[in-house]
Design a protein. Structure first.
Length: 234
């Protein structure tokens, strides 16, 4: 498909959760296209629907109403197994708490997605080593998470998310547990990898200071897109 064709296309997306007898309208009718190779931040106040929208884009959650197409295919037509396979092969995830396995080295943590896919062990080790080098951790292959800083652990998580060459990188508040300097370094790294590999990147943030570093910013308020803006950053 062409570079300017949407990787993700959402039309009339609604999502409601029950909290006791109260209905929480997390998303109230989202129309959104995310093109291949884009680098986009989703931001807004607490409760605006950021995490719910991110879960939609990552195919973790399904809408109550509306249509969501990934790579041109309506996900409502996919079985649970097909959805799981799509996530494993086409989407990489980064979380604010890193979600690394404490007893494994950086190399073994990054190798996991490839092992799940059944890749040969020599290929797995080679690719994991390559990606740890790409994120600046070539000298930390055998380090476990408890011997690394927060920024280093998030770099391991980014390498793990990208090691299988996904089409989409989803990052949920990837800088929430990092100081300001490290937060900017992590966003700069994601931007660099976005430019180098063409992977589509979408992340949520509560820190408006990071937005000037991101070409496209989507603001949510009360389950609706209130602003969809672009900025130039080099």
């Amino acid at each position: 498909m062409e570079q300017n064709q949407p990787l993700l296309e959402l039309t009339g997306i609604e999502r409601t959760f029950a909290l006791g007898e109260t209905q929480i309208h997390a998303l109230r009718g989202i129309d959104l296209k995310v093109n291949r190779g884009e680098f986009m931040a989703i931001w807004g106040p607490s409760g605006s629907g950021k995490s719910t929208l991110l879960n939609m884009l990552g195919l973790i959650d399904a809408p109550d109403k509306g249509t969501l197409k990934f790579d041109g295919e309506d996900i409502s037509n996919l079985s649970d197994n097909a959805l799981s396979d799509c996530r494993n092969r086409k989407i990489g995830f980064v979380f604010q708490n890193f979600n690394l396995i404490p007893v494994l080295t950086a190399l073994d943590n990054v190798s996991l997605p490839l092992q799940v896919q059944g890749r040969p062990s020599n290929e797995t080790r080679e690719l994991a080593t390559h990606w740890l080098g790409k994120v600046g951790l070539a000298n930390f292959l055998e380090h476990r998470p408890d011997r690394m800083s927060g920024g280093q652990r998030q770099r391991v998580a980014i390498a793990r998310a990208l090691v299988a060459s996904p089409s989409l990188l989803i990052a949920d508040e990837p800088t929430a547990n990092l100081d300001s300097k490290t937060s900017h370094e992590v966003i700069d790294l994601i931007e660099q990898l976005n430019k180098e590999t063409g992977v589509t990147c979408v992340f949520t943030t509560h820190d408006p200071r990071l937005l000037s570093r991101v070409p496209r910013q989507l603001k949510l308020e009360d389950g609706l897109i209130s602003t969809d803006s672009y900025t130039e950053y080099k």
